[in-house]
Design a protein around this ligand. Structure first.
Ligand code: PHE
Length: 356
């Protein structure tokens, strides 16, 4: 990983968040960033991502952008948490005692923040990892089911939320939320893509799947009944809905013009290269479900679980994301603007009301 101090300094200097906590973990040569973006609605709360980055600046930028995304997410679903995110920038994949050591030391850092940051799983971390972090950080690790004491994987909640988002988008674009006979391309068959694919098939969707791990895509396609699309063709495959459920930033200046879908609605965080890409999608007549609303199901499920909500209550709230998105799409259509603009106004309204 390149360490470019000038780049790092400029990323730190340009940020509008509350602050970033930085630690280097010597035994594993991991850089830890805890980005605290906003605490207007409550304590900064967001997942812990574990990933290898090209440069230190890229890791910091990811943490800060993801933290800002969490602020928007909590505000969009109107829950009393703030925006924060942690990145563990590992030099290479970590397993066994090495991984456990890092997680415990990271847990101690989270404990030292004294409730100023709450966390849960994200890309590259599992519920099992959260259990290790919780040995040190205790209640700062969220998503423990009070009934079983077990840590929950938020993937299935996120998937239900994305399914609701796709229904809302179909209602707006095609006049009906019913998905039977529609084609949906799910990019990424991980913690969210897999349960999402199952919901889609149950709704009668023609399923297309893509994953860098093509064996995993084929396994899921065989078990659910679907077709595999090579990853390099994802961006130009004709389909009704493109659901990015892997890495972010797949929608940018160069990729948007090639898209052959009517709707983009998926779970990846930070799907747009830059905010202007929402306008680009709008001008191309592609309906974009803002990522921080479409993928809010994981956060929503997590928060409700922590309050001891019943599974039926959680399901009802997840399905409610459909009406949240319909409101956003309708407001955007009335003003002939991208749904991101309408979603951002909603976030601003909630933050303005909730400021303390
Ligand atoms: N990492 C998921 C997200 O970005 C789920 C999550 C939300 C985890 C909130 C912890 C806290 O939404």
């Amino acid at each position: 990983m390149t360490i470019d101090s000038a780049d790092l300094a400029s990323v730190l200097a340009g940020w509008k968040g509350r602050g970033t906590v930085i630690r280097h973990d010597e035994p594993t040569d991991t850089w830890i960033f805890v980005a605290l973006h906003d605490d207007t609605l409550g304590p900064p709360t967001g997942g812990t991502r574990m990933k290898t980055y090209a440069s230190l600046g890229a890791a910091l930028r990811d943490a800060q952008r993801l933290a800002a995304g969490m602020t928007a997410k909590w505000a969009a679903i109107d829950l009393p948490f703030g925006g924060g995110k942690a990145v563990l920038a590992i030099p290479h994949p970590l397993t066994g005692e090495e991984r456990r050591g890092l997680l415990l030391r990271y847990g101690r850092l989270v404990r030292a923040l004294g409730g100023g940051f709450n966390t849960g799983p994200d890309l590259g971390t599992s519920a099992a990892d959260m259990k290790v972090i919780a040995e040190e950080a205790g209640p700062a690790v969220r998503g423990i089911d009070p009934r079983t004491g077990e840590l929950t994987n938020p993937g299935p909640y996120t998937a239900k939320g994305v399914f609701a988002a796709i229904r809302a988008a179909a209602a707006q674009a095609f006049g009906s939320p019913e998905l039977a006979g529609r084609s949906v391309l799910v990019e990424g068959v991980g913690a969210v893509g897999e349960p999402l694919a199952a919901h889609l098939v149950a709704a009668g969707v023609r399923l297309l799947l893509a994953d860098l791990d093509s064996a995993a895509a084929h396994r899921l396609a065989d078990s659910l009944g679907g077709e595999v699309v090579p990853t390099e063709e994802v961006g130009k495959t004709r389909c009704d809905v493109y659901a990015p459920c892997a890495v972010g930033a797949t929608l940018h200046d160069g990729s948007i013009e090639k898209l052959a879908c009517r709707i983009v609605a998926g779970s990846a965080n930070n799907q747009l290269g830059e905010p202007a890409d929402a306008e680009r999608l709008h001008r191309r007549g592609i309906l974009y479900a803002p990522d921080f609303v479409a993928n809010a199901g994981g956060a929503l499920g997590f928060a409700l679980l922590g309050e001891g909500a019943e599974p039926e209550t959680i399901d009802a709230r997840l399905a409610g994301l459909e009406s949240t998105l319909r409101e956003i799409f309708e407001e955007a259509a009335e003003r002939d603007e991208s749904p991101l603009a309408a979603a951002n106004r909603r976030v601003e309204r909630v933050l303005a009301r909730g400021s303390r």
